[in-house]
Design a protein around this ligand. Structure first.
Ligand code: ADP
Ligand code: 5GP
Length: 212
């Protein structure tokens, strides 16, 4: 498991800019190819930092077994999604794997102006929009150790059929190609190590210590 700071297209970390962000709350953005373990890591992060505000996304996809409306997602239909789009109510939105996903602008602005730190679990298209709107965002890309491991995790999860898994693996390669846009890249190999690294990273930002 590696956790590194990336160079290039991302703005460099700057303590002054970070403390400015603290006046409004910090925005942590997690992205990963489907099956890399983002939900697992996000839940572990929320257990460790229960005061983080998790932004529950809206989606037009059908709930998976066990998923609850208002907990995992807000499940809405395409008409409602479009109405909110027309009313400019998404901070970001994207079509991912043939479904629409969006983040409520009201929710984000309310949390951030209340100086609360927010966690977003969104795809690479959404992360780009969030960076345009909130350039101080702390972006973290979670990688699987390999595409074969990713395929195995998707199969073992048992929530997607073979066709959906194939689509997700194709999309994964496109998403991984964008990883250097993120400030940090974290490889989720051994789960306990990945959780520890992610928590340490978030802790470092929250305590004002710039990570290496
Ligand atoms: P995502 O939210 O990125 O689609 P999940 O968190 O649902 O991914 O993880 C996909 C599957 O892989 C789940 O069954 C999860 O339990 C498993 N998983 C997650 N991280 C690891 C890991 N480090 N090692 C082995 N299995 C993992
Ligand atoms: P899943 O359907 O497997 O829960 O999520 C599929 C993909 O959609 C994941 O990459 C996830 O991060 C992304 N996603 C979830 N919510 C949002 C959102 O609000 N906006 C965007 N852009 N992507 C999202």
């Amino acid at each position: 498991m590696i956790c590194k700071k990336t160079e290039g297209t991302m703005p460099p970390h700057d303590l002054n800019r970070s403390s400015l962000a603290h006046q409004t709350g910090r925005l942590f953005v997690l992205s990963a190819p489907s099956g890399a373990g983002k939900t697992t890591l996000r839940k572990a992060l929320m257990d460790r930092f229960p005061d983080l505000c998790y932004s529950i996304s809206h989606t037009t996809r059908q709930p998976r077994t066990g998923e609850q409306d208002g907990v995992d997602y807000y499940f809405i239909d395409q008409d409602e999604f479009k109405q909110r789009l027309d009313a400019n109510r998404w901070a970001e939105w994207a079509r991912v794997h043939e479904n629409y996903y969006g983040t409520s602008a009201d929710f984000l602005d309310r949390c951030l102006s209340g100086r609360k730190d927010v966690l977003l679990d969104i795809d690479v298209q959404g992360a780009r929009q969030i960076l345009d709107r909130y350039p101080e965002s702390i972006t973290i890309f979670i990688m699987p150790p390999s595409l074969e491991t990713l395929r195995r995790r998707l199969s073992a999860r048992g929530t997607d059929n073979a066709q959906t898994i194939a689509l997700r693996l194709v999309n994964a390669q496109r998403e991984i190609a964008q990883k250097d846009r993120y400030r940090h890249v974290l490889i989720n190999d051994q789960l306990s190590e990945a959780v520890a690294s992610l928590c340490a990273l978030v802790e470092a930002y929250r305590t004002g210590v710039a990570p290496d």
